[in-house]
Design a protein around this ligand. Structure first.
Ligand code: ADP
Ligand code: F6P
Length: 320
């Protein structure tokens, strides 16, 4: 059983990371462990930048966006020399396990540390929902709700001006945010990397709808497509409808986490501590069939994630 564990947040921040930190600290302390927060991900581990967590010090963070432990990207950790330094630091700090909250890059670091004798558990924290072995990543729901609220506002001005708004949402290479938010805002089209798209068809649909008395349009584009400006210009040229681009950007990464994010973050953080309590490492905690579970880290990273094709089809079949 681990007597002293650490928790760190790594890669892009996500709303709900604080709820994981709180759950890990409270669960660990309740089980008689000492718990430290490692600041700024693997960079903080290498620097030995840690803070003892107490039940009180993690009070009042659940509802806050961002991560109270800060986050960083640490190129040094990508090669084994960096990881070996991390192992030495863990020994110096008497850390017998670490909960790593982040995306698949962060999990690779956790796998490397585990292979050198420091049990690590990955907890998925990213707004992109792009981790193969889990149906859900912490921050995804909050980011989608934020994007939905923003696009609802964009719809107002788009309607007033009879325009077409082309809105880029985050997701790295993944289109999960785009499709769900597209449905939620009643977008006329959603463009992602996962599905082929045809601007001629979108323009035709728009022109047909215009004949039927519809004068404003929203097109949601997943950032991975990388063509948002071109798409807007092309739609304007093809339809004659004035088009505007909005890139929602980092607003989607902030804000107070939703109920779903807080609850799953707490459950996943708790589950991670239970594994470390048993001396188990090299696992990723995830959601499968709606239940929190864990999977071997390398196996989890090698899984293939299904795209939400049916949802995408429903979106298209209900867009006009
Ligand atoms: P995410 O965890 O959100 O995917 P990154 O890919 O930026 O974000 O990874 C976060 C950090 O995880 C990196 O800065 C690095 O410290 C560590 N990391 C990423 N890839 C690896 C790897 N292949 N091996 C070890 N550590 C890695
Ligand atoms: O992974 C989260 C995410 O916000 C992606 O959606 C986006 O592509 C990327 O991070 C942006 O990263 P940065 O914080 O480096 O701008």
């Amino acid at each position: 059983m681990a007597r002293r564990i650490g928790v760190l947040t790594s890669g892009g921040d996500a709303p709900g990371m604080n709820a994981v930190v709180r759950a890990v600290a409270r669960a660990g302390l309740q089980k008689g462990m000492e718990v430290v927060g490692i600041r700024r991900g693997y960079a903080g581990l290498l620097a030995g930048d840690v803070v003892e967590l107490t039940a009180r010090s993690v009070s009042g963070i659940m509802q806050r966006g961002g991560t109270c432990l800060y986050t960083a990207r640490c190129p040094e950790f990508r090669d084994m020399d960096g990881v070996k330094k991390g192992v030495e630091k863990c020994k110096e700090l008497s850390l017998e396990g670490i909960v790593v909250v982040g995306g698949d890059g962060s999990f690779r670091g956790a796998g490397d540390l585990s292979s050198l004798g420091i049990p690590c558990i990955g907890v998925p924290g990213t707004i992109d929902n792009d981790i193969q072995c889990t149906e859900y990543t912490i921050g995804y729901d909050t980011a989608m709700n934020t994007a939905m609220e923003m696009i609802d506002k964009i719809r107002d001005t788009t309607q007033s001006h009879d325009r077409c708004s082309v809105v880029e949402v985050m997701g790295r290479k993944a289109g999960y945010i785009a499709v769900n938010v597209g449905i939620a805002v009643g977008a006329e089209a959603v463009i992602t990397l996962e599905e082929p798209y045809n601007l001629n068809k979108i323009a035709d649909d728009i022109l047909r709808a215009k004949k039927n008395g519809k004068f404003h349009f929203i097109i949601v584009v997943a950032e991975g497509v990388g063509q948002t400006d071109v798409i807007a210009r092309t739609i304007q040229e093809m339809t004659g409808i004035e088009s505007r681009v909005t890139v929602l950007g980092h607003v989607q990464r902030g804000g107070s986490p939703t109920v779903r994010d807080r609850v799953l973050a707490t459950e996943m953080g708790y589950h991670a501590v239970e594994l470390l309590e048993q001396g188990i490492g090299n696992r990723i905690v995830g959601l499968k069939d709606g239940k929190v579970y864990d999977v071997d880290l390398q196996e989890g990273l090698a899984m293939k994630k299904e795209f939400i094709q049916r949802r995408y089809q429903i979106l298209n079949d209900t867009a006009f």
